[in-house]
Design a protein around this ligand. Structure first.
Ligand code: CNA
Length: 282
């Protein structure tokens, strides 16, 4: 007998219940919301983890406040701190984590609808997740342009500048604007296609939220856009957002690499072997 407050779609609020639902035919459209926490085990610091996060280690950049490093107004005046940091964060130095391979596995199993990512490290692409299944809500380091005349800047030259922590400048006739990667800074709008992409959340059978503090809006609000009957699973080191407010909310408070391995072990049917194979290939 179902008591008030009991889960409805899931049998329980634990890994075996999620595994059972995930492999069932009822669970067709899986949506993901991911953040910097899925890339920390690759060696990329997140923002807000105490001690290891970027915000705790920005003293050397002499910023007025930590977020300034990603603030468009501050960047227009002083792009140097951003480029000092970019030299550390630039994609290419890092290997995807097993959590990124898990996202690919969901795609291979035909379960993944969209992976909404806040990350700019492009590790989802590098793990082989099909590009049409990834929505990089905060853009990425894949392309860049002048903040004045908006002319695109070549990737090869960008890489040379970033490696040396130098600020690249536009080479268009009569312009000397600062070049900025197409990542969304505080004070900038999200990609035009964001509004239409998030409408699909109405189709969600399962939402998995991994490695995010759920503090950056509008991204963080996506968790409320899935239907009431859609279980929401949070995989994070600490409890964030309002996960627990709905009957089928589950919080797995552990490193995401550990959680995805446990989930695949529980699903069986070769998921673990396939996960490890996909990761070994990256
Ligand atoms: P955040 O605010 O730093 O939060 C990260 C969350 O992940 C925290 O709640 C941590 O407890 C948790 N976490 C850290 N490591 C793990 C782990 N191994 N397993 C599970 N949970 C873990 O980062 P958000 O993504 O929420 O903030 C949004 C910003 C961060 C976006 O705009 C990004 O562009 C930006 N960012 C991205 C990267 C990247 O691309 N890798 C790196 C740093 C910051």
């Amino acid at each position: 007998r179902v008591k008030p407050g009991d889960p409805i779609v899931l049998e329980g609020r634990d890994i075996p219940s999620i595994a059972k639902f995930l492999k069932s035919d009822e669970c067709k459209n899986v949506f993901l919301m991911v953040g910097a926490g899925i890339s920390t085990s690759a060696g990329i610091p997140d923002f807000r983890s105490p001690d290891t996060g970027l915000y705790a280690n920005l003293a050397k950049l002499h910023l007025p406040y930590p977020e300034a490093v990603f603030d468009i107004r501050y960047f227009s005046q002083n792009p140097k701190p951003f480029y000092t940091l970019a030299a550390e964060l630039y994609p290419g130095y890092y290997r995807p984590t097993i959590t990124h391979s898990f996202i690919r596995l969901l795609a291979e199993k035909g379960k993944l609808y969209t992976c909404f990512s806040q990350n700019i490290d492009t590790l989802e692409r590098r793990a082989g997740v099909p590009v049409e299944k990834i929505f990089e809500a905060h853009g990425s380091f894949a392309t860049q342009r002048c903040i004045k005349c908006k002319t695109e800047y070549p990737s090869e030259e960008m890489m040379q500048h970033v490696k040396k922590a130098e600020v690249p400048h536009c080479t268009s006739e009569g312009c000397d604007g600062v070049v900025k990667p197409d990542i969304v800074f505080f004070g900038e709008g999200l990609p035009d296609t964001f509004e239409s992409a998030i409408r699909n959340l109405e189709e969600a059978d399962l939402l998995i939220i991994m490695g995010t503090s759920l503090t950056v809006y509008p991204f963080a609000a996506l968790r409320s856009m899935v239907p009431a009957k859609c279980p929401r699973v949070l995989i994070n080191l600490d409890r964030v957002g309002d996960i627990g407010a709905r009957a089928d909310d589950v919080a797995l408070l552990m490193p995401c690499d550990e959680a995805v391995r446990k989930l695949c072990d529980e699903i069986g049917d070769g998921w673990t072997e396939e996960l490890e194979r996909l990761w070994a290939e990256t």
